[in-house]
Design a protein around this ligand. Structure first.
Ligand code: BES
Ligand code: MN
Ligand code: ZN
Length: 491
């Protein structure tokens, strides 16, 4: 929904007012409420037995506004971004269900470690996604009528109109980037091909004044990107290698972002089981995160030079597909013995990381739905982080904490390298099951020539297979918010 940050709401213009209220131990605390709504909110609070417990909600019919819903946020001292995201998501759902056209939201708290402006920015961004649904392919008669909802986020009194406007502008840039990621991620594999990703990247680039270069098969061959070409051999689609460049004049730092763009991962000759294979359309969410982040960064006019690098193909079996036992020479010149064609992400990323390293960025960060092992280790609540630079790792973790995209660091110690040792080539493309997320990171490291590199494994966070109460089913848009926060901390 479209969210506007406003300071002085007119109750008559609101169909449905949502107030998020936390639980307090010793009676109701006097949280600051917007003057024009204070009376009606206080009346609702005293008139109901509402306590603010998490998951609690009461809807009251009144005059102006016509409906008022109180939503519990749990203990005030234990407010989390996770809880705030759940509240935003519930608001979207309730508003959709009750066919509201104009809603307003009051969230009279600041989130932990965030000030009022940052809380407002994050809530506005989260609310814009609260009623998100990818329903482009649900045909007319089955599709429920989804009328647009206008949402007013009531700014805290401490925020002046300039600060409110800024929070709104920033939230729109970020939620726009997140939307790009979700739409690309949710798009089916027959639509979202490498060519489609390239077209989308070009579109975003044109809108945002970014430079976009797309290499097709010829150029990829000329660059000797053996990893990308090997994975593409089973495919009927042309591989693409996409480079996005955002280079503002005032930039002092250069950050390269690399994203895995496998538009469908069947596993190839080492084919995956049929169950849930359809989820492998999400295997390009790293690529999407790079495009969405560049889109948001350019719109925010961040004073950082950013280069996005995306290798893209699908991974399918065929008579010409690469196969176990093959030895592939990568762009860097290193050779890889293929033992599992399903370890394809690292093959295309090896070339992309080598390419990006040659640009000599200050920081190099890659995003990839790389391993099931990472999901086994960490589940769906955080992404796996690997880095050769403690300071970069810490900055990314902190940035993620501030926007609700958790990262957990795993080791990339050389001790684990033994598992990808090969008799026939410089390395094998898979180290087997044990420590699979780590050995994948170590494989990538072989192609990195940058003292400040981070690899973010988003296999568990890029999409969900069910409605979580914080996100609907499908692509989550992970990567954009944390990376933007990190880039802002650099400038
Ligand atoms: N795209 C998958 C990883 C994945 C798994 C993403 C589950 C999202 C959810 C990746 O290409 C893959 O197949 N990895 C293999 C590596 C193995 C063959 C070494 C895996 O994790 O099983
Ligand atoms: Mn795979
Ligand atoms: Zn994959």
């Amino acid at each position: 929904m479209q969210v506007e940050v406003i300071r002085d709401p007119k109750p008559s213009k609101i169909d449905h007012l949502f107030v998020v209220i936390a639980e307090v131990e010793d009676g109701r605390s006097e949280m600051p409420l917007p003057p024009s709504l204070e009376a009606v909110i206080r009346k609702a609070l005293t008139g109901s037995a509402f306590s603010g417990r998490i998951d609690e909600s009461i809807t009251i019919l009144s005059e102006e506004p016509k409906k008022l819903t109180l939503l519990g946020a749990g203990k005030e001292k234990e407010l989390t971004i996770r809880g705030a995201r759940a509240a935003a998501f519930s608001i979207g759902k309730i508003a959709r269900r009750s066919r509201d056209r104009r809603i307003a939201v009051v969230f009279p708290y600041s989130l932990p470690d965030l000030g009022e402006a940052e809380t407002t920015r994050l809530m506005t961004d989260l609310l814009s996604h609260a009623d998100y649904k990818y329903d482009q392919y649900v045909t007319a008669d089955k599709k429920e009528k989804r009328l647009p909802i206008d949402c007013a986020y009531i700014a805290p009194a401490a925020l002046d109109s300039r600060a409110s406007r800024k929070a709104q502008t920033e939230a729109r840039a970020i939620s726009g980037g997140v939307r790009t990621v979700r739409d690309l991620g949710n798009g089916p594999g027959n639509l979202v091909t490498p060519t489609w990703i390239a077209t989308k990247a070009r579109e975003v680039a044109e809108e945002s004044g970014i430079k976009c270069t797309v290499f097709g098969r010829k150029e990829i061959e000329r660059l000797k990107m053996g990893g990308l070409l090997a994975v593409n051999r089973g495919s009927a689609e042309e591989p693409k290698f996409i480079v996005l460049e955002y280079a503002p004049k005032k930039a002092r730092r250069h950050v390269a972002l690399v994203g895995k763009g496998i538009t469908f991962d069947s596993g190839g000759i080492s084919i995956k089981p049929a169950e849930k294979m359809e989820e492998m359309k999400f295997d390009m969410c790293g690529a999407a995160a790079v495009i969405g982040t560049l889109q948001a960064a350019a719109q925010l006019e961040l004073p950082v030079r950013i280069t996005g690098v995306i290798p893209s193909t699908d991974n399918l079996p065929s008579g010409s597909a690469y196969k176990p036992g093959d030895i592939i020479t990568m762009m860097s010149g290193k050779t890889v013995e293929i033992v599992n064609t399903d370890a394809e992400g690292r093959m295309i990323l090896g070339d992309a990381l080598h390419y990006a390293s040659e640009l000599k960025p200050d920081h190099l960060i890659d995003f990839a739905t790389l391993t099931g092992a990472c999901v086994v280790a960490l589940g769906n609540e955080c992404s796996g982080l690997f880095s050769n630079d403690d300071e970069l790792a810490q900055k990314l973790i902190t940035a993620g904490e501030r926007v609700g995209e958790r990262l957990w660091r795993l080791p990339a110690w050389d001790e684990y390298k033994e598992s990808i040792r090969s008799e026939w080539a410089d390395m094998k493309n898979s180290g087997g099951r044990w420590g699979g997320a780590i050995t994948a990171a170590l494989f990538l490291k072989e192609f990195v020539n940058c003292p400040s590199w981070a690899h973010i494994d988003i296999a568990g966070t890029a999409y969900t297979d069910h409605d979580t109460g914080r996100d609907g089913k499908g692509a989550t848009g992970v990567g954009v918010r944390a990376t933007i926060e990190f880039l802002q901390s650099l400038s």
